[in-house]
Write a protein of this length. Structure first.
Length: 397
């Protein structure tokens, strides 16, 4: 039996290795492609103003993403209750206040509780901005004892910079597992979504959970609810973008190495593809998305349009030079291609034509980017850049 398990593990690793190698990492082989028209309506009319964008084209594109990629984003529930279950006003040696907030949401006599962990600085005399992390790495990354200080969630550094930091485990709303992802809001609150080919799945559920955290921020007097920054890494970065699109209370949307079906262009044949992601993680997306595997040209949207839906609020895209699977260049190209919508609002983003050098940060009006050295992760270096961008955007310098 032990030998059999070892053989299975070896075969699985070999399959994964072959899959990664099979993806294209050669710029000369990305091929040609044509991005969908962002500022032309479904009936062929050109959009030339932000009023036309908001009234006609934005709803069209939003529905296309709902129907073909991420699924619906349900907003109805019967009740929401908040309870502070733990609190320490002398956390981090007196620098911060820790709170754990149980957010209980009820619909059709069923309920789900999202447990929000948060630290707020003690010194400020006024409400502060907050970084909200969609955390798919488990509670160990948000150790409230601060004995395990994980660079993925550097609470001390964020507090020292005058920000609050909060986060929740995605398992509270939808476990990050193909066999168990329904064991949360999908079975308990929104079972009808599971019967729909354009129904919400795990990524949408994680964004929904982040919106419930924002509901709390609006009641927490220590938080400036006009200055909420959503943050996600990898799959969490995809969810952060979708949250930023769906919830206009998010002031800055941060996507860290979200890659394919996140900030990177889908039509660019580089790194992870729609085929690979829908095969490996079908439970993240609406079932309709699978039809675009090896068929990206038929996809009615691309990810530059997702970024554009966040306008006129701010968006920050981060990459890592060794994370070719997530296609850093494709993420920068999507950010650049979203600029025309921001320009409708009079925001001159004016990003450089070429992606910046490694470890060079770009901070332009309402858009930011960096591509740090290293591998797929979210590190203290990334957080330093996020805070610099937030300082600039909120005029906190």
């Amino acid at each position: 039996m032990k030998i059999y398990k070892q053989i299975c593990v070896t075969l699985l690793l070999l399959f994964v290795f072959q899959t990664l190698v099979a993806q294209n990492y050669d710029e000369s082989k990305t091929g040609s492609y044509h991005l969908p028209e962002m500022l032309v309506t479904s009936d062929g009319k050109k959009i030339t103003s932000f009023e036309g964008w908001e009234r006609i084209r934005r709803p069209e594109i939003l529905k296309l993403f709902e129907d073909h990629v991420y699924g619906q984003f349900p907003r109805d529930f019967d009740n929401i209750d908040f309870k502070i279950t733990r609190q320490d006003k002398n956390a981090m040696g007196g620098k911060a206040t820790f709170k754990e907030v149980a957010i209980k949401v009820t619909r059709n006599q069923n309920e789900v509780t999202v447990n929000l962990l948060m630290f707020t600085p003690n010194e400020p005399k006024e409400p502060v901005p907050v970084f909200l992390v969609i955390n798919h790495r488990g509670l160990k990354t948000m150790d409230i004892t601060r004995q395990n200080k994980d660079g993925f969630w550097p609470a001390e550094e964020v507090i020292d910079a005058g920000y609050a930091i909060a986060g929740f485990d995605v398992a509270d709303v939808a476990p990050d597992n193909n066999d168990h992802f329904t064991e949360g809001i999908l079975e308990k609150l929104y079972p009808g979504q599971l019967k729909m080919d354009n129904g919400m799945r795990a990524l949408g559920a994680w964004g929904w959970g982040a919106s419930r955290a924002i509901d709390w921020f609006e009641k927490d007097e220590s938080i400036d609810a006009a200055k909420i920054i959503s943050v996600g890494h990898s799959r969490g970065g995809k969810a952060s973008l979708w949250l930023g699109v769906q919830d206009k209370r998010v002031a800055i949307t941060v996507s860290n190495e979200s890659g394919n079906s996140g900030a990177a262009l889908s039509r660019r044949n580089f790194g992870e593809t729609v085929e690979r992601i829908t095969q490996s993680f079908p439970y993240w997306f609406a079932p309709n998305y699978r039809q675009y595997a090896n068929n990206e040209d038929k996809l009615p949207v691309d990810q530059h349009m997702l970024i554009a839906l966040i306008a006129p609020r701010a968006v920050y895209v981060a990459s890592a030079a060794e994370d070719l699977w997530a296609d850093p260049k494709g993420q920068y190209m999507a950010l650049k291609a979203a600029q025309p919508v921001f320009e409708l609002y009079g925001i001159n983003t004016n990003l450089p034509s070429e992606m910046p050098e490694v470890n060079q940060q770009i901070i332009h009006p309402h858009m930011g980017f960096h591509n740090r050295e290293g591998k797929h992760n979210m590190t203290p270096y990334d957080w330093q850049q996020f805070m610099k961008f937030a300082d600039h955007y909120f005029h906190r310098q």
